[in-house]
Design a protein around this ligand. Structure first.
Ligand code: ADP
Ligand code: MG
Length: 368
């Protein structure tokens, strides 16, 4: 188990692409840290830097407070798992798992014990005499995991290990990887581009965009308190609703004007929005915080939206709605509700669950 500290890390590839931009990040020992962000944002580069497969242009990486800048890959005691498991096709599963241990001259009896235990843990005892070609994608990934575990690494680096598997198998292996983490009590760093996977796997999650760390925290923290619009939108699996409008402050009350209506905001927002009086900001509302019934029985805090599509989802229906200004919005409703398409409906917004962002693409959350 190891704690990893990244200090002012920069990585620029030949050709001038800055893959990591002044990164500071603390990963505590035993953490399950999810790293998430769009394709090309620097996730794999970060793992390769930690593993020692790449060197940063500047900055330092510490394992338990010791600078590992001059420590080569083999001596960092990290295990890496990739999208496509790296296995030798001419060797049996058993030989694949043993091979690195033989290279390290681990005693034979010790190797046998480790393999038995690990094969049992991963449910691959029956596969030990098979060759990798005869295995399914999920079985191959289990074998690669076993080969990593027997080396007893201090940290596991997993680079989108499940993204080539079908969704049902992904769910099973997600659970198994979490269980392994609990059992091994090792530091895990798990890269994915899927925000749902990142939130359900890690005890912490960090969100990247274009080589820059956007936010790090517990999944609940980043979901309920996104620091900027990028994080808020990225962590939303389907559609986060934004409304553009103006802040109005009078007589110590704060309201928000958009779509020709006025939203009364909680008094705690008064101080935060004081500087934005008369200015244009973006209000975010999650689909689950929009309803057809007023929460407090009052006839306020609603906007008129036109229902243009309903999508049945089993336990709920997802609605696509259009505002008078022509923007699309999303909300959920009971699947038994009947709607006539093209009808305008009053949609109430829960003012306790909204955030306001500065009016620019990756604008800062001003209501935290
Ligand atoms: P991710 O894993 O998040 O998709 P990467 O870390 O692979 O992102 O890449 C980050 C950026 O660095 C991308 O723009 C990518 O094209 C670039 N990049 C990655 N590896 C190399 C390399 N070996 N040489 C040049 N550019 C690279
Ligand atoms: Mg990658």
């Amino acid at each position: 188990m190891v704690a990893i500290t990244l200090k002012n890390i920069n990585k620029t590839y030949p050709g001038g692409i800055q893959a990591i931009d002044d990164l500071n990040l603390q990963i505590d020992e035993g953490d399950f840290m999810s790293i998430v962000g769009p394709s090309g944002c620097g996730k794999s580069t970060l793992l390769r830097l930690i593993a020692g497969l790449e060197d940063p242009n500047s900055g330092s990486i510490e394992f338990d407070g010791m600078d590992v800048g001059s420590v080569v890959v083999q001596d960092r005691h990290v295990a890496m798992l990739f999208q496509d498991p790296v296995l030798f096709n001419h060797m049996t599963v058993q030989k694949n798992i043993e091979f690195p241990l033989h290279c390290r001259k681990v005693p034979k009896a010790e190797i046998a014990t480790r393999i038995d235990h690990t094969a049992l843990m991963l449910g691959i005892s029956e596969l030990l005499n098979r060759k990798p070609q005869s295995l399914s994608g999920g079985q191959k990934q289990r074998v690669a995991m076993a080969a990593a575990i027997v080396q007893q690494p201090k940290v596991f680096l997993l680079d989108e290990p499940l993204s080539h598997l079908d969704p049902r198998l992904q769910k099973t292996l997600q659970y198994e990887i979490k269980r392994l983490h609990k059992e091994l009590k090792t530091t895990f760093i798990y890269v994915t581009h899927d925000q749902n996977e990142a939130m359900s796997m890690g005890n912490k999650i960090c969100i990247f965009n274009k080589g820059t760390l956007q936010q790090v925290g517990t999944p609940l923290d980043v979901y309920t308190k996104p620091e900027n619009r990028f994080v808020a939108e990225f962590l939303h699996s389907y559609h986060l609703n934004f409304f553009e409008g103006q802040v109005q402050i009078d007589n110590n009350t704060v309201s928000f004007h958009c779509e020709g209506v006025k939203f009364y905001l909680p008094s705690r927002m008064l101080a935060k929005l004081m500087h934005y009086h008369g200015k244009t900001v973006q209000m975010s509302v999650r689909p689950e915080h929009m309803t057809f019934e007023s929460l407090n029985g009052k006839n306020s805090n609603y906007v008129s939206l036109q229902i243009i599509d309903t999508q049945w989802q089993g336990d709920k229906a997802r609605l696509t709605l259009k505002s008078r200004s022509g923007e699309y919005k999303t909300m959920y409703t009971d699947p038994n509700n009947m709607f006539f398409l093209e009808d305008f409906q009053r949609v109430y917004v829960n003012p306790e669950q909204i955030h306001f962002y500065e009016n620019q693409p990756f604008g800062r959350n001003v209501t935290l």
